[in-house]
Design a protein around this ligand. Structure first.
Ligand SMILES: Nc1ncnc2c1ncn2[C@@H]1O[C@H](COP(=O)(O)OP(=O)(O)OP(=O)(O)O)[C@@H](O)[C@H]1O
Length: 763
């Protein structure tokens, strides 16, 4: 006779089996219907059809691929006091009678899973976490919520949370959809509009919240946010590749995830400059330096212009050409013309200057301009003297310190040295390249090659036109998959239906249709906002497939920008992001205690002002889930004054502080002693890291460790990390808060005073 627990697991297994069977059925049905739809569409008039469950089918296919070996689609169950029960998963699924089989975790109906407590049960009597390996239920974890409980729950789903925290760490961050905590859920589900600021110490789940929030926003307003209209920015490419699997595992792939060093197309910068250069390159003053630079004489420009006209030799020497250049710039300043659009002005002012050299009242100014202005040698000169400028070339001119106009010599020298013998850009250069792109303006486009005749013929036949599709099904069911139990925007508006409700409904319908690979082209044919179904037939066409030789489409602006590790952004980095967030609402995520950039803002309002935004709502995450208490308490010794240490939930952990004679030997020994199978990182000051050889461990320079985590962390020579930069102690704090299980501090020099002040464990 199986025990009660085994029976419960078996019952949940049946539910899980039903979900997967339904998905398989839907997939087959969708494939068949899609084939039929194409046949019908190809055969004649507007009679194609679109399978309404295709969106679920596609999401499920992706999720199954990602999660084949990990936790499955179904992970929760809520039992309510009125006897109702439902299951919660990574996406919504209905059975063939359209009854909900699985509620999407982002649906309003799923919120009690992350919110209900004994104090505020929200009608829930039991919350169950279902722990699966692939399609197999392996364990259950129940919270029974009783209003009679004197105390409230400290965390939600404690058993499942502890199991998640104990689980071994892979090379990539995993989602936390099964164990999101209440305050994290509030931050994830905060409204999209305005600016949401999410703060919290190391390991409080800020990055996780940021990523789950992106998935949530897509769910709530897919019509607006789909197709890369959400941008998530992280500090480094190591970081973005570490977190890169989380959104796909939540079924979302359309979010743009970029490191700061990747925000400018064509550049992937991974290296950071030292603090002195970072201060120079990050300061807003660079805007003026670059604005001056953009109008300077290109290094390869000819030094003089010589022409013969009417038997006279006309010459403009370097000083005269410089005067011409100044006049062109002044003329452009009045019209707001960028250097790359200024060549016609340059030609006109050059002709003026040449004319002033002509000797002879009998000659005609107009004829002179026509003749000289048309000459190939004049055009050649102009092309070399006023060439199209690209940001990368112009920034490299700063290798000559004399070109950094307005910068003190003490800064211009090191700046110039950083561009000499340069083989790659640093992350700190990227905002400068971006700023220059704005200052220089687009280079004039090369004239487009004429369409070859064969292609014109082909286009003329209409062979490439796609037939219109009519969407044959109502969308109300689609809405319910996303927001089960909640009325459609039209139903919610009732008789008071207005343009807002119609707009919301249309956006929703567009989102559903888009998921099906179609784009709405008109609402006139059967769109009936008052109708029983909300919508009837909607005219839609398949999304165009881009031809390889099509021009790249114009970039759409981002509508929501999520900034992780925002505390560290320099003024120039903020300008780069503000340009991308001009039309966007924002989620700003960070921890002032981890601010290490020499120009980091000293408060959140100051940072938001740099971004040109004002804070709307702040949510603080108080509990740490990464760093065990023992390590967190030790790390807090390096925390900047005035910042409260994080309360850590994670139990266990080991800490050892060792003085060693030979650091490199000490590191090898510490790596050998690390637990078998653990991920191990050795963190050292940037100048020391390249000299450390640690087989079996990742050696990470302190400047790149932000946002990352490892089971076992060996911090080498803390005094070296502290001495390397003005905010070295905060850098050390970041390094000390990366460990999930064990921290070893190795030092040869005396420890920094902050660490040494109190007794600490030796090992
Ligand atoms: N609710 C949760 N359930 C399970 N694990 C969690 C939860 N919240 C956070 N974690 C885990 O805690 C660790 C830290 O999370 P995360 O990296 O998001 O924190 P952070 O606040 O961004 O840290 P830092 O500021 O140091 O970069 C991760 O391993 C994450 O998976």
């Amino acid at each position: 006779m199986p025990d009660a627990r085994t029976q419960e697991i078996a019952a949940e297994q049946q539910v899980v089996d039903r979900v997967y069977a339904r998905l398989d059925g839907m997939r087959e049905q969708a494939a068949a219907l899609a084939g039929e739809g194409h046949r019908r569409a190809a055969a004649g008039p507007v009679t194609g059809l679109v399978e309404r469950d295709a969106m679920v089918h596609r999401a499920a296919a992706r999720i199954r691929a990602v999660d084949a070996e990990a936790e499955g689609l179904v992970f929760g169950r809520l039992d309510f006091d009125d006897g109702e029960t439902y299951h919660i998963g990574r996406l919504g699924v209905r059975d063939d009678r359209r009854e909900p089989l699985l509620v999407d975790w982002r649906a309003p109906a799923a919120a009690p899973f992350y919110r209900a407590t004994s104090g505020q049960p929200l009608g829930v009597v039991r919350r169950r976490v279902i722990i699966c390996r692939g399609q197999r239920v392996v364990d259950l974890d129940d919270d029974v919520l009783s209003p009679d409980d004197a105390g409230d729950l400290r965390v939600l789903g404690e058993g499942a949370l502890l199991a998640a925290l104990r689980r071994s760490r892979g090379p990539h961050m995993r989602d936390i959809v099964t164990t999101i905590q209440r305050e994290q859920d509030e931050a994830i589900r905060a409204p999209a509009r305005g600016v949401t600021l999410i703060t919290g110490g190391p390991g409080t789940g800020k990055t996780q919240v940021a990523l789950h929030r992106a998935a949530y926003l897509l769910y709530t307003d897919r019509g607006r946010f789909t197709d890369g209209r959400i941008l998530v920015v992280g500090p480094s490419t190591v970081f973005t590749s570490y977190i890169g699997r989380v959104l796909p595992s939540l079924g979302e792939e359309s979010v743009h995830l970029r490191a700061l060093g990747e925000l400018v197309d064509g550049v992937t910068a991974t290296r950071r400059d030292g603090p002195g250069l970072a201060r120079t390159k990050g300061a807003e003053r660079m805007c003026e330096v670059l604005a001056e630079l953009a109008w300077q004489v290109p290094p390869a420009a000819p030094g003089r212009l010589r022409l013969v006209y009417a038997g006279q030799v006309l010459t403009l020497d370097a000083a005269e050409l410089a005067g011409v250049r100044r006049r062109v710039r002044a003329r452009c300043a009045t019209t707001g013309t960028a250097p790359n659009a200024a060549r016609p002005h340059a030609a006109a002012v050059l002709l003026d200057a040449l004319w002033s050299k002509v000797d002879g009242a009998h000659l005609d100014r107009g004829l002179f301009a026509e003749d000289v202005g048309d000459r190939p040698e004049f055009h050649r000169f102009l092309r070399e003297w006023w060439p199209p400028l690209v940001p990368a070339d112009v920034l490299a001119w700063l290798a000559d310190p004399a070109r950094a106009v307005g910068l003190p010599a003490a800064e211009a020298g090191p700046l110039a040295a950083s561009y000499r013998d340069r083989t790659d850009w640093s992350v700190d250069d990227v905002p400068l390249l971006d700023e220059l792109a704005v200052i220089l303006g687009e280079p004039p486009a090369a004239p487009k090659a004429p369409e070859p005749e064969w292609r014109l013929r082909e286009l003329g036949t209409g062979a490439r036109r796609v037939d219109d599709f009519v969407l044959g099904t109502g969308l109300r069911e689609g809405w319910e998959l996303y927001a089960p139990g909640h009325p459609t925007p039209i139903a919610a508006a009732g008789p008071a239906i207005d343009n807002d409700a119609v707009g919301a409904a249309q956006r929703w319908a567009e989102a559903v249709i888009l998921r099906e690979g179609h784009r709405v082209v008109g609402w006139t044919d059967g769109f009936d906002p008052h109708g029983e179904e909300g919508y009837k037939a909607v005219l839609a066409e398949p999304l165009p497939v881009r031809e390889p030789d099509d021009e790249a489409p114009a970039l759409e602006p981002y509508l929501h920008v999520i900034l992780d590790e925002a505390q560290d952004l320099s003024p120039m980095e903020c300008r780069m992001i503000a340009r991308r967030a001009e039309y966007a609402s924002m989620t700003v995520v960070g921890d002032l205690g981890q601010a290490t950039h020499p120009l980091a803002a000293d408060s959140w309002p100051a940072l938001l002002a740099r971004l040109g935004k004002r804070e709307v709502r702040t949510l603080d995450l108080p509990t740490g889930y990464r760093v065990p208490r023992l390590i967190a308490d030790y790390a807090a010794r390096a925390l900047a004054p005035g910042i409260a240490p994080t309360r850590s939930y994670r139990p266990g952990g080991t800490l050892a502080v060792r003085r060693v004679g030979d650091l490199r030997e000490g590191v090898r020994e510490a790596v050998r002693q690390a637990p078998h199978g653990a991920t191990v990182a050795v963190v050292a000051a940037d100048d020391l890291a390249p000299r450390i050889d640690a087989p079996g461990a990742a050696v990470v320079p302190a400047s790149l460790v932000k946002g990352l985590e490892y089971d076992h962390v060996i911090v080498v020579e803390p005094a070296g990390i502290v001495d390397a930069e003005p905010r070295g102690l905060s850098r050390l704090y970041v390094a000390l808060t990366r460990a999930v299980a064990g921290l070893v501090v190795l030092h040869h020099r005396p420890l920094p005073a902050a660490l040494g002040n109190a007794p600490h464990p030796r090992g």
